[in-house]
Design a protein around this ligand. Structure first.
Ligand code: 3HC
Length: 678
C-alpha cells in the first residue's frame, strides 16, 4: 500500500510501500538517464538510505521501458548533474539494499544502473544489453568491470563487444537476473522480492566479486568475430576493458575503462555513429507532413514479379504478418520464385534466426497468382518488373483499372521517373516509388520516392509501413537514380576513367576497401553482374565494360569479370582484363601514369559528396543526414565514417572543395559554402 508520495525533482518520484521505498523514473519516451533523472535518482537513493524505517528499495521506471541508457543527446556537451558512474557507485554503496525492477529494455547505462543495484528482477519480455559499441563507445559507467564479474568473461565479451541485447530468460540463466517475475505484476513482485532479501547481510555488491582472467575465451572471441569488427575502434577498446576486469582490481579496471571511454567519446568514429543513430530516426520524419496525418490501412499487399526482387519484397511483408498476393506471368517462374522464398525462410529457421514454425506461418500468408485481377482487393501493390518505362506505364494503366480505388500503387524502379509512371493512371496522388535494395529481404534501406502529386497521407502511410517491415526509409525526390544510385554514377564514371589513365581495378577497389566499403566498384560490378544494363550487342564495344560483357566476362557468376575467379570465387587480377584496358588506352591515345590513392579518393568519393550536395540543392533529399542513412543502409558505407556527407565534414569542406577543383570538377554551390554539410 502506498502510504506517502514524495515529489523530489521531476522526473523521479518515490513511493512508500510500508518498509519498501519504490523509486520511480518517469521520463518519456525511453527513460534516458539525463541529468534531471540522475539527480532525481541520487536524491531518492539518499532518502531511502537515510531512513531507518526503509528496509529495502525498488528501482523501476514508468512508461515503455526501464532506462534505455545514458542520454545520448547530452554527449559532447558540458556535463551537468551527478555523473552516471558516481550515481551507480552511490547506489552500490547504499547501506539499504536496492532491487532493480526491469521491463522493456535495460540498455547501456540502464543495464549499468541495474548492475549497481544489489539485486535484479525482470519481467519475461524484458531485454538487457550494452549496445554502446554500436555508438562507437563502451559501457562507461562501470559496465565493462561489473558485467564480466556477474556473467563471466566469455559471455560479457558477447554482450559488450557485439552489443546485442539478451532476453530475460537468457539473462537469468547467465546470473544477470535474480528472478524473472510476472509480466503484469512487476512492481508487486519486486516489492515482495525486496522484502525477502531486505535483511540479508552482507549486501551483495558486484564490485566485490572476483573473476579469473580467461585468455582462451578472449582468443576464441577474436577468432570468431575479428573480421566483422574490422575498421572499428570501439570493439578493441571493449575487449581490452573486459580483459582488464579479469586482471585488475575493480577500481583500477574502472579507471582504465574511463580512459578508454573518453578516448572513444572524443573520437570521430563515435561522433559518426551517434550521428547515424539520430539520422536514422530523423529520416522517418517527413518535412511538411503533419505527423498526425491519418494513415491508410495496409492489410494486404500485392507484389508483381516473383523474381529475386519481387520475392524478396514479398518476404518483408510476410515476415511482418501481412498477407501478400504475388503475381507472375508464367507458372514455372511463379513456382521458382515461391520455391526460393520458402528455401530462404527454411535456411533462416535452420540457422535458428527465426522460429521453426515461422516458414510455414509466413508462406501461409502468401497467395500466388498468374492474373493481375487477383490484386483487385489489395491495399498496396508494388511492381518489381522489367526496368523499362513503356512496360511500367502499361502495367500501371492496367493496375489503375483493376485495383480498388484508394489503394496505393508503388513502383520498385531504381531509376525511372515516378511522375511519368503516375501519369499513366487516373490516381497520381496514390502513386509513389518504393525502391528496395537487393537482397530485398535483407537490406535495411528503402527509398520512398515522392512524386510531384503523391498525397501526403500516401507518403506517410508508406513511411510508417516501412518501419513495420523493419526497414529504414528515406524520402527521395524524382530524379534519375534517386539518392543512392544517382550518387553511384559519378563514382562509376570516374573509376572507369581512372582505369584508362593508369589505375588498375585492384588499386581502385583496394582504396575503397581500405576506406571501409565492403567492396570496391569493380568487385561490386563482378558481384552484381557486368552484363547488367548491357546493350547485348557483342560487336558494339564502346567501353571496357562492353568489352568484358562481349567476351562473356559477366562477373562472379561466369568465373570471370574484372577479376578471374577460381572455383571458390576467390578473385585474382586478370591478365586478360589488363590487355583489354591496354587496348582501350591505345585506342584513346592515353599513356598510363601513376595514380595516387589520394586521387582515387578525390575522384571517386569527393565526387559523390558533390553529387549529394546537388541532390540537396535540388530538394531531392530532405536533409544531408538522410543521404548518409541511404549510404550506410543501402551500400555498406562504413558506419564509423557516418555516411558521405558527415564524412566530408570530418575531412573538412576546404579539403573536399580543393580536391574537386584540383581534378577539374564543378563544385556544388552548397558544398562550397558548407551549407550542404550542416
Ligand atoms: N538517449 C537519448 N535519446 C534516446 C535514447 C537515448 N539513450 N534512446 C532513444 N532515444 C530517443 C530516440 O532518439 C527517439 O527520439 P525521437 O522520437 O525524437 O526520434 C525516441 O527516444 C524513441 O526512440 P526509438 O524511436 O528508437 O524507439 P524504439 O521503441 O524503436 O526503440 C530503444 C527504443 C530500443 C530504447 C532504442 O531507442 C535504442 O536502442 N536506444 C538507444 C539505446 C542505447 O544505445 N543505449 C546506450 C546509450 S550510451 C550509454 O549508455 C553510455 C553509458 O555506458 C555511459
Amino acid at each position: 500500500m502506498t502510504s506517502q508520495t514524495t515529489d523530489h525533482r521531476a522526473p523521479v518520484r518515490t513511493e512508500r510501500h510500508g518498509d519498501i521505498l519504490v523509486i520511480v523514473s518517469d521520463s518519456p519516451p525511453v527513460n534516458a538517464l539525463s541529468a534531471a533523472v540522475r539527480d532525481g535518482l541520487e536524491a531518492a537513493i539518499k532518502e531511502g538510505a537515510a531512513d531507518a524505517s526503509i528496509a529495502a528499495m525498488v528501482l523501476r521506471c514508468d512508461g515503455r521501458t526501464f532506462f534505455a541508457g545514458a542520454d545520448i543527446g547530452e554527449f559532447g556537451k558540458p556535463l551537468t548533474g551527478v555523473p552516471l558512474p558516481t550515481l551507480i557507485d552511490m547506489i552500490e554503496a547504499s547501506p539499504t539494499p536496492v532491487v532493480a525492477a526491469i521491463h522493456g529494455t535495460a540498455l547501456g547505462g540502464g543495464c549499468e544502473v541495474a548492475l549497481g543495484c544489489h539485486y535484479r528482477v525482470a519481467v519475461p519480455s524484458a531485454k538487457l544489453g550494452t549496445p554502446e559499441v554500436k555508438l562507437g563507445l563502451l559501457p562507461g559507467a562501470g559496465g565493462t568491470q561489473r558485467l564480466p564479474r556477474v556473467i563471466g568473461i566469455a559471455a560479457a565479451l558477447e554482450m559488450i563487444v557485439l552489443g546485442n541485447p539478451v532476453s530475460a530468460k537468457a539473462a537469468a540463466a547467465a546470473g544477470l537476473l535474480d528472478r524473472v517475475v510476472g509480466e503484469g505484476t512487476l512492481e508487486g513482485d519486486a516489492i515482495a522480492f525486496a522484502r525477502e532479501v531486505a535483511g540479508k547481510r552482507p549486501i551483495p555488491r558486484v564490485r566485490d566479486r572476483h573473476i579469473e582472467p580467461d585468455p582462451a575465451a578472449v582468443d576464441a572471441f577474436r577468432e570468431a568475430h575479428g573480421r566483422k569488427l574490422r575498421g572499428f575502434d570501439a570493439p578493441g577498446a571493449c575487449i581490452a576493458c573486459v580483459v582488464a576486469a579479469g586482471e585488475k582490481p575493480f577500481e583500477e579496471g574502472v579507471a582504465f575503462e574511463r580512459e578508454q571511454f573518453m578516448a572513444l567519446m572524443n573520437g570521430t568514429q563515435s561522433a559518426a555513429q551517434r550521428h547515424i543513430f539520430f539520422a536514422e530516426r530523423q529520416a522517418a520524419k517527413i518535412d511538411g507532413v503533419d505527423p498526425a496525418t491519418p494513415l491508410r490501412p495496409v492489410r494486404h499487399v500485392g507484389v508483381i514479379g516473383a523474381g529475386t526482387m519481387g520475392g524478396g519484397i514479398a518476404m518483408n511483408f510476410l515476415s511482418a504478418g501481412i498477407a501478400v498476393t504475388i503475381v507472375e506471368m508464367q507458372q514455372d517462374a511463379l513456382n521458382r520464385g515461391i520455391g526460393v522464398m520458402r528455401r530462404n525462410y527454411e535456411a533462416s529457421a535452420a540457422k535458428g534466426r527465426i522460429p521453426a514454425d515461422a516458414p510455414d506461418k509466413a508462406m501461409g500468408l502468401l497467395t500466388p497468382s498468374l492474373s493481375l485481377d487477383a490484386l483487385a482487393g489489395c491495399d498496396l501493390v508494388i511492381e518489381a518488373v522489367y526496368e523499362e518505362m513503356s512496360v511500367k506505364k502499361e502495367l500501371f494503366g492496367k493496375l489503375d483499372a483493376i485495383v480498388r480505388p484508394g489503394a496505393i500503387l508503388a513502383s520498385n524502379t531504381s531509376y525511372l521517373n515516378i511522375d511519368e509512371i503516375a501519369a499513366a493512371t487516373k490516381r497520381p496522388g496514390d502513386v509513389l516509388g518504393m525502391h528496395f535494395f537487393s537482397p530485398a529481404n535483407v537490406m535495411k534501406l528503402l527509398e520512398v520516392v515522392r512524386g510531384a502529386q503523391t498525397s501526403p497521407d500516401v507518403l506517410a502511410t508508406v513511411m510508417a509501413l516501412a518501419k513495420k517491415i523493419r526497414k529504414v526509409a528515406v524520402v527521395a525526390g524524382v530524379c534519375h537514380g534517386f539518392i543512392g544510385n544517382r550518387m553511384l554514377m559519378p563514382r562509376q564514371v570516374e573509376a572507369n576513367k581512372l582505369l584508362i589513365e593508369g589505375a588498375t581495378p585492384e588499386q581502385i577497389d583496394r582504396v575503397h576497401v581500405a576506406f571501409g566499403m565492403p567492396m570496391g566498384p569493380f568487385q561490386m560490378a563482378d558481384l552484381a553482374g557486368v552484363d547488367i544494363g548491357w546493350h547485348r550487342d557483342p560487336t558494339r564495344i564502346e567501353n571496357i565494360r562492353d568489352a568484358l560483357a562481349a567476351e562473356g566476362r559477366w562477373g562472379q557468376k561466369k568465373g570471370a569479370g574484372f577479376y578471374d575467379y577460381d572455383e571458390n570465387r576467390t578473385p585474382a587480377p586478370s591478365p586478360r582484363v589488363a590487355e583489354i584496358i591496354d587496348d582501350f588506352r591505345a585506342r584513346e591515345g592515353a599513356s598510363p601514369r601513376e595514380i595516387s590513392d589520394e586521387e582515387i579518393v578525390a575522384r571517386t568519393l569527393y565526387t559523390m559528396v558533390n553529387e549529394g550536395a546537388l541532390i540537396l540543392e535540388e530538394g531531392m533529399a530532405q536533409r544531408a543526414s538522410d543521404i548518409d542513412v541511404v549510404w550506410i543502409y543501402g551500400y555498406g558505407w562504413p558506419v564509423y565514417r557516418g555516411g558521405p556527407m558527415f564524412w566530408a565534414k570530418t575531412e573538412g569542406v576546404d579539403k573536399v572543395v580543393a580536391g574537386l577543383e584540383r581534378y577539374g570538377f564543378p563544385v556544388a554551390k552548397t558544398l562550397r559554402n558548407g551549407e550542404a554539410l550542416k
